[in-house]
Design a protein around this ligand. Structure first.
Ligand code: GDG
Length: 475
């Protein structure tokens, strides 16, 4: 069996017996343990001076290979082009795109440099799986250094419609670089369609859809394949965590403070793509239009900090602090705070238990590749008395979770109505919706996601070798 090489911007901190890692990290790490291999990426360290050196750490059949970034590379590759240009563009926020040619050059340079660091560690039959928007040029950089291995790419965030992508000045270079991979994976069919649309209409390439399996793309003098692979989680593990967490002191104390009031729960990194301001306003609209909910429902928003050294993230934080203060000032009573907005991280087990205790999971991003919180919320529910998921139509998860109350996060009244519907939904309907969604989550868990992607990546390689052998026989 070939070794698997995972390349991602950050290498997930996984330690046996240590704090539980997220589903994605666990799924990828499990695959690595089965095949043996390496996880390569940035260590998270930013060096003030000196030359970064690769650190290798062996854990059984898996090698963790990490490297620091010098300050300029961090600023240009990570804060700059990845997070100030690509992140807003790919989340349809053309108004927030910042573009600086030097940052773009830095992004490209760091990809080439990272590829150079990886090359000496590679073996001929390694299969390489690159993750996310920080590393779009990675395969092209490897190919330029003579690497012939199979290389796949999975995009965790949405792929934007062409008209939005065109706002990123080097859009053509980015798509050309994507065409150096052998297999591209997107979260959803709409993302795949957006990519194919660019290939056909902007790059004048060809797309051949298959009845089953990935589409074939011909563009920039390369042939590759692309498909949607919606990422999953391990739902039964979340259910276990939720049950165990419900017995914990923190969750019991929190429940006591509710005094039988209903609970609406949200958990998101504090990111402008997550639609938090609109969500707060829709909760306010509910209190406005349905006074019976005043002092009868509490909304808990956990929003741990992320990319806090960037202006756009400082702005959204200020905006949310303003909104939660305003709404609480308007409706709070001596014994009731309508919105508990908490700007910090909690343990996974605490989150899962809070999901289980709540009546509504309120997940309304303006755009999201998938949104694992939506899947975790459903998984954490008590099958006999489940809560209701209110889910944005712009989360990738909405393509699968048909049992959710699907809302448009721009429609404040619509979201307020969905909250009211969720809070009042009879148990039989809640159970039916839950059964539908949990079956889907079990069927498409994170192992299925990983295995489907790797099967297509490796299968593509076999097909290519057979084609090469056939043409060699002809000559
Ligand atoms: C990207 C894409 C795609 C959150 N707060 C805490 C905490 N979390 C965990 C959640 C969940 C994860 O972080 C967040 O995942 P999401 O999918 O919701 O969002 P992104 O971080 O934006 O992830 C997204 C994903 O990649 C995977 O492909 O779904 O669309 O944007 O697991 O539970 N975990 C802990 N404490 C917190 O306070 N322990």
């Amino acid at each position: 069996m070939s070794r698997l090489i995972i390349v991602s911007n950050r290498v997930a901190p996984i330690s046996e017996g240590g704090p539980a890692a997220g589903g994605l990290a666990v799924g990828v790490y499990d695959a690595l343990k089965e095949t043996g291999g390496m996880w390569f990426g940035w260590s998270g360290d930013v060096l003030a001076s000196g030359q970064p050196q690769i650190q290798l750490e062996e854990r059984g059949p898996v090698t963790f290979a990490t490297i620091g970034l010098v300050r300029r590379d961090y600023d240009q590759y990570y804060r700059g082009f990845s997070n100030a240009t690509l992140w807003p563009a790919f989340h349809y926020r053309a108004d927030l795109i910042q573009y600086d040619r030097h940052d773009f050059e830095g992004y490209w340079r760091v990809n080439e440099w990272l590829a150079q660091q990886l090359v000496p560690l590679l073996r001929e039959d390694d299969v390489i799986w690159v993750h996310d928007y920080h590393l779009i040029p990675f395969a092209q950089a490897l190919r330029a250094q003579g690497v012939k291995n199979r290389i796949g790419f999975f995009l965790h965030i949405p792929f934007p419609a062409s008209q939005v992508l065109l706002a990123v000045p080097p859009h053509r270079l980015l798509v050309e670089a994507l065409c150096s991979f052998d297999l591209l994976g997107f979260q959803t069919e709409p993302d795949l369609r957006a990519f194919c649309d660019y290939v056909v209409n902007e790059a004048h390439g060809e797309v051949e859809h298959a009845a089953k399996g990935p589409s074939t793309i011909r563009a920039f003098e390369r042939t590759l394949r692309a498909a949607a692979y919606p990422i999953g989680i391990y739902p039964d593990e979340i259910a276990q965590l939720a049950k165990a967490g419900a017995r914990g002191k923190l969750v019991r104390t929190m429940k006591a403070t509710l005094h039988e009031r209903k609970l609406i729960m949200s958990v998101d990194r504090l990111d402008y793509s997550k639609g938090l301001v609109e969500r707060f306003r829709a909760f306010e609209r509910l209190l406005d239009h349905a006074p019976a909910y005043r002092n009868n429902v509490s909304f808990v928003q956990i929003a741990p900090p992320t990319r806090a050294d960037m202006h756009a993230y400082q702005d959204i934080r200020l905006q949310l602090e303003g909104e939660s203060g305003r709404i609480n000032g308007r409706f709070a009573e001596l014994d009731w705070t309508p919105i508990r907005y908490i700007h910090r991280q909690y343990e996974r087990q605490v989150l899962a238990a809070l999901f289980r205790e709540s009546h509504v999971g309120y997940v309304t991003p303006l755009r999201d590749g998938m949104n694992l919180v939506a899947k975790e919320y459903v998984s954490a529910q008590d099958p006999d008395d489940p809560g209701v998921l209110v889910l944005s139509c712009f989360a990738g998860a909405a393509q699968e979770l048909e049992g959710a109350l699907i809302v448009n996060p721009i429609d404040i009244d619509g979201m307020a109505e969905a909250l009211a519907t969720g809070l009042a939904m009879p148990a039989a309907e809640r159970r039916a919706r839950y059964r539908d969604m949990i079956a889907q989550l079990r069927e498409n868990n994170v192992s299925v996601w990983r295995d489907n992607f790797l099967r297509d990546l490796q299968g593509g390689g076999e097909k290519r070798r057979a084609m090469r052998a056939k043409s060699a026989r002809k000559t």
